[in-house]
Each structure stands twice: as C-alpha cells, then as structure tokens.
Design a protein around this ligand. Structure first.
Ligand code: ZN
Length: 229
C-alpha cells in the first residue's frame, strides 16, 4: 500500500507511517499542485532528502491541476518540472496528478520523456486522454471513480484498452468513497479495505476474473515501484 505525500509535512508523516509497517506500507514524496507555492529552493532540497529515503518508492504526487487552480499555474508548472527532474536524480518513478490540464501536462512530460517512469494516478479522463497517457508510457491508476454513476460511467468502456501490465488499482482514500458500496458505510472516509470492491468493478468492465486482475495489478505495482518480492 502506498501512503501519498502531498506536502513536505505530509511526506514526512507518510514516511513515518511506512516505517511502522516495513514491506507493507510504502510512501511517496512530493508536493501536490495545490501546494506548488511551497516548493522553494530550500524546500526542494528537503524534498530530495525525503525522496531518497528507502521507504519512498515514488516522487509525487506532482503534476498540474487547472480545475481547482489553488496555486497559480506558473508555480504549478515550475514545481512539476522540478519534481520530474528530482525523480530522475533519485531514480524513482513519478506519481502524477492531472486535472483539466492534459495538454500542458503532456507537453511537460514530453520535454522530460522518455527518461522517467510513472503512473497517471486516479485516471478520470476520456478516450483521448487515455490514449495520450498510454503513448507517454504511463501506467494508469484506477480508483472508485469508476463506481460513480454520475461522472465515472465512461471509464468502464475504457478499461479493456489498458494493458494489464500498466493497470494499477487505487482507493485515493480518504477521498472518493465508492458510491455503490452496499450497505453504504456510515462514514464517508474511503479506506484501503474497499480496494477489492474497486477491483471487482474494474475486473467486470474488463471481462476478466477478480483473481486475474488482482494478480496482474499487483505485479504491475511491484514492477513500477520496484517493491520487494
Ligand atoms: Zn491526485
């Protein structure tokens, strides 16, 4: 299981948590586009130190979010470039966030391609975006967004297009509680415990068994993040 860092402080907490369950929990080290403003020269050095820790298996989440625009776009682009370079320096893959910014996201990645490896985390886009991500060589992270009948229904038809060795499963907990859980949990908090539900929905969309998808998606995650056997 990956514990995602989205700021310097949450990266430090993710590493601390991962250390309590060695070999089960792994961390990412990164600054989410919402917090791009916090990535100064000094904090970039600090982030690099964190990214080199053995518990850290990816740099991110990093990327672009032109939907919320919580940070100015120029700051987001700069933080994205810095973290792609950092990932190359530390030799780890990138954990990528992208919302409403596909063109710019693709352009930035192309500039750095094909030297990095990475995953388009929580993929929610359409056929064009999927083709773009696959062309960039990215793995695709699928969450319980696919269980959302209002805005995720289009994802089912795209599932068979993702090569098994590039399909990863995620919860994005504590966010994105699958909307079709029965019975409905009392809490809105999404948890790793709901991953088998997401896996079952994705497996059905791909016309394969849950066991098959569980096997290939685990192998894909192990390969991308170079997890111990
Ligand atoms: Zn994200």
């Amino acid at each position: 299981m990956m514990v995602t860092g989205s700021t310097l402080a949450s990266t430090a907490r993710a590493i601390a948590l991962a250390r309590t369950h060695p070999g089960t929990l792994f961390a990412t080290a990164g600054v989410h586009p919402h917090h791009a403003g916090e990535l100064s020269a000094a904090s970039l050095t600090e982030l690099e130190e964190l990214a080199r820790r053995p518990e850290v298996v990816a740099v991110g989440e990093c990327g672009l979010d032109y939907f919320r625009n919580f940070a100015p776009r120029a700051a987001q682009q700069q933080a994205f470039h810095h973290q792609l370079e950092l990932a190359l320096r530390v030799g780890k893959p990138v954990f990528l966030h992208q919302r409403e910014a596909q063109a710019e996201f693709t352009a930035v990645l192309r500039e750095h391609a094909p030297r990095w490896r990475g995953v388009a985390h929580c993929f929610t886009g359409g056929a064009g975006e999927l083709a773009g991500c696959l062309e960039l060589g990215l793995a695709i992270g699928v969450t319980g967004w696919i269980c959302d009948e209002r805005r995720g229904a289009h994802l089912a038809a795209l599932m068979p297009q993702i090569p098994a060795e590039r399909l990863l499963l995620e919860t994005d907990g504590p966010y994105l509680l699958p909307r079709d859980l029965k019975p409905k949990p009392a809490s809105r908090r999404n948890e790793p415990a709901y991953l088998p539900h997401v896996a079952a929905v994705v497996a059905r969309a791909r016309g394969e068994s849950l066991a098959s998808l569980a096997g290939t998606s685990t192998a894909a995650a192990r390969a991308l993040f170079q997890l111990p056997p």
